[in-house]
Design a protein around this ligand. Structure first.
Ligand SMILES: *[C@@H]1O[C@H](CO)[C@@H](O)[C@H](O)[C@H]1NC(C)=O
Ligand SMILES: *[C@@H]1O[C@H](CO)[C@@H](O)[C@H](O)[C@H]1NC(C)=O
Length: 342
């Protein structure tokens, strides 16, 4: 058993400890302040020189894409067809300047799911600048289209970036989002035109809502398509992930002439800075994916399908029985160009 100290000694010690505590507290506060300032400082998006790496366009657009034909992991009323079937049904097609992916808009009452496509680039990317020239975005009751990047075999470890995502009539604007493992969130300063929805990108939080940013209405659907679509640009780098949207009439000249320089562009639509997210460790080995899901966990939600868009009856009944509903359910791309930092 330890001896109790004498009162006097105790007092001395107490004063000394108080000083020690005070200086420790002061140092701790100072340390946290510096760490906090460091953790919350906006990243340096210094100019990067980009050089062309891959081009997907015209008649060869689909050559470097694989057709995903397994069951839809998100339980949609959809049958993703393989390459031969997609060709035979004309669900993917090209011209000299465009590539189209569409939903089967003729089969009367398919059972088990309506035919659609989901293509995934064979090339994988850790970073870079992606220029998506989009002529038409798909929409219509029951649709859940997306243009995104992910590593399907290593999800969510290697991350998911949703560049375009919408549902049903799609006139509420484009929803851009990141989905990750724990330890990636958005907060502090962001320089973006869109509106932040959720801050935690962890798929385990908020029912995998992701850390989404909503674009204004004409960033998707009828409003976007009206002027012949435009360009979406995605930049993935250690400093952060940014997405820009340019209507056809205001595509920067440096995109047209093949030397894109994001440092000269306007404020992005979405900004996912690295402030509270180590981009390089959360995003890698990503395929470019374009698909049109039907119903599924997102489009069929009653808050979306019924309340937001007043789509009729049950999603799968409607999708099965109304082929003509899918006339506008198509992606049309002018091409995709991928640049890497030189
Ligand atoms: C195939 O689809 C494309 C794009 O939707 C369309 O322009 C073309 O006419 C179709 N071809 C046939 C043979 O139906
Ligand atoms: C797909 O990528 C792999 C690995 O990079 C490569 O070996 C293969 O040739 C590619 N296939 C096509 C069709 O481009």
């Amino acid at each position: 058993m330890k001896q109790r100290s004498s009162p006097r000694w105790s007092l001395c010690k107490a004063t000394a400890s108080l000083e020690l505590v005070a200086s420790t507290v002061f140092l701790a506060v100072l340390f946290n302040f510096i760490q906090g300032a460091k953790a919350q400082s906006y990243p340096n998006y210094s100019p990067v020189r980009y050089q062309l790496l891959h081009t997907y366009e015209g008649p060869s657009f689909f050559d470097q894409f694989n057709y995903y034909s397994d069951d839809d992991p998100t339980k949609g009323f959809v049958t993703y067809v393989n390459k031969n079937t997609a060709h035979a049904l004309n669900l993917t097609s090209t011209t000299s300047t465009t590539a189209t992916l569409r939903v089967d808009a003729s089969t009367p009452s398919p059972s088990g799911g309506r035919n659609s496509v989901r293509v995934e680039s064979n090339n994988t990317y850790d970073s870079g600048l992606f220029i998506f020239d989009i002529v038409h975005t798909p929409y219509g009751c029951g649709t859940w289209p997306a243009l995104w990047l992910t590593d399907g075999a290593n999800w969510p470890k290697n991350g998911e970036i949703d560049v375009l995502e919408s549902h049903n009539h799609g006139s509420h604007g484009n929803e851009m989002s990141l989905h990750t493992t724990p330890g990636c969130s958005m907060g502090g300063e962001r320089r973006q035109v869109g509106s932040a929805v959720e801050s935690n990108c962890d798929v385990g939080v908020g029912g995998n809502a992701g850390c989404a940013v909503m674009g204004y209405r004409s960033t998707y659907g009828v409003g976007f398509n009206a002027g012949g679509g435009g360009v979406y640009s995605l930049e993935i780098r250690d400093a952060g992930i940014r997405i820009w949207n340019f209507p056809r009439s205001s595509i920067p000249a440096d995109i047209h002439n093949g030397s894109p320089d994001p440092s000269t562009w306007n404020t992005p639509l979405a900004d996912f800075p690295s402030t509270n997210c180590d981009i390089a460790s959360h995003f890698r080995n990503l395929n470019i994916v374009a698909n049109i899901d039907l119903c599924g966990e997102f489009a069929a939600m009653s808050s979306h399908y019924t309340q937001m868009y007043s789509c009729p009856g049950s999603c799968s009944d409607f999708v099965a029985n109304n082929p003509s509903n899918f006339a506008d359910a198509y992606w049309e791309f002018g091409g995709i160009r991928v640049y890497r930092a030189s």
